[in-house]
Design a protein around this ligand. Structure first.
Ligand code: AMP
Length: 362
């Protein structure tokens, strides 16, 4: 079976690595030459709307994406010629924060108060509706904390408008959370679902830094609640594949922040830390195969290498460490690789995390 993938970044590369043992073949489309997946598989370098490239992709048995800023029209066009999972509907909801939040609201999933902002007058009325502090975000194309501005005072509002005004925006109430969690969920073509244990995520400068899975002191009721939220989303979107739900924990409540219609950085730990990785389960889902267990094998962590890769020998000197180097050129704020740390116990895992964090010190 041949899988077409829109996007050839590290997520695509890890999809290919998970798919080869299953006998799958891959064809990637990405406008950027030399992307991480190109070292492993056929890579068509062309714009997203290129007719010849899309004909090549449409020859695949199924097409999926590892990047949500692909034009919806590209996905719609491919869907007329081959199977595309998850579909254009899921992509259209996930790439626009207003649609995403509206879906949470309609499905009864708690989320921060929000209001759409289309012009300067709209910002003033949104601020009176949502209150302060608040976060102004671009509706589309925001990632790794880009395209957002915290507003704590009227003066901040002017600065935020100057930085982001002129494009569709969303204002949301600032959530004072105790921690950030994510749930990686997967749904098969036949509607079967699996949920990984909740992951606890720490960010640095808006970029994922460290994930611990399962989240520490995980209340089973919290896991059940998160799964119920994700199940409603999967069903509403007739979803096939991996869906990631990002959450803020506030007391016993989980507020949905956003969804990603794809495998996710906070699920990289599953490669070594779960019975079946998120990449393999995504492929099983989109190829119409049975899903694998999403159970954790033990306490696991994932540390991102951003802007700089520590020497491989030092990373691998940590017992239970698994290194992933995406083969990218170093650049500030760029995700270059990660390490997965498998612990014998929660205390052992914390010791390994401390060792790995020491490698990031200058
Ligand atoms: P996002 O692009 O929506 O995932 O936001 C990036 C990061 O900004 C999140 O992981 C949070 O740490 C923070 N953030 C986003 N929205 C809010 C909010 N409404 N309240 C508090 N922090 C937020």
């Amino acid at each position: 079976m041949k899988v077409g993938v829109l996007g050839a970044g590290q997520l695509g590369r890890m999809l290919a690595l998970a798919g080869y043992p299953l006998g799958l073949r891959f064809c990637f489309l990405d406008p950027a030459a030399g992307s991480p997946a190109s070292a492993l598989a056929e890579h068509v370098v062309a714009p997203w709307g290129d007719a010849q490239a899309l004909t090549q992709l449409a020859e695949c048995d199924v097409v999926t994406f590892e990047f949500e800023n692909v034009p919806v029209e590209t996905v719609e066009m491919l869907a007329t010629r081959t199977q595309v999972c998850p579909g254009a509907k899921a992509l259209a909801v996930a790439r626009d924060r207003l649609h995403e939040k509206t879906a949470f609201q309609e499905l009864g999933i708690p989320t921060a108060k929000f209001a759409a902002v289309d012009d300067a007058a709209g910002l003033a009325s949104a601020l009176s509706e949502v209150g302060l502090p608040a976060v102004l975000k671009t509706r589309c194309f925001g990632y790794d904390g880009k395209g957002q501005h915290v507003i704590r005072s009227a003066a901040d509002a002017d600065a935020a408008w100057r930085a982001l005004g002129g494009q569709p925006l969303l204002l949301e109430a600032f959530v004072t959370f105790s921690r950030e969690l994510s749930l990686i969920a997967v749904r098969s073509r036949s509607g079967d679902t699996r949920f990984y244990p909740l992951v606890e995520n720490e960010h640095r400068e808006g970029i994922l830094h460290l994930s611990r899975a399962p989240a520490r002191n995980l209340d089973p009721a919290q896991q059940t609640r998160a799964e119920e939220h994700a199940r409603r989303l999967l069903e509403r979107l007739s979803y096939v594949g991996v869906l990631t739900l990002e959450l803020f924990e506030v007391g016993g409540t989980l507020f949905a922040n956003e969804i990603a219609p794809r495998v996710h950085n906070s699920g990289h730990w599953t490669i070594e830390g779960a019975e079946t990785s998120q990449f393999e389960n995504h492929l099983r889902a989109v190829c119409g195969l049975p899903l694998g267990s999403a159970s954790a094998r033990g306490p696991t962590a994932m540390l991102n290498f951003v802007g700089h890769m520590p020497p491989a020998a030092r990373v691998l000197g940590i017992a239970g460490a698994h290194l992933h180097d995406y083969g990218k050129l170093p650049r500030a704020r760029r995700k270059l690789g990660h390490v997965t740390l498998c612990g014998a116990s929660p205390a052992d895992l914390e010791a390994k995390i401390a060792e790995a964090l020491a490698l990031l010190e200058p």
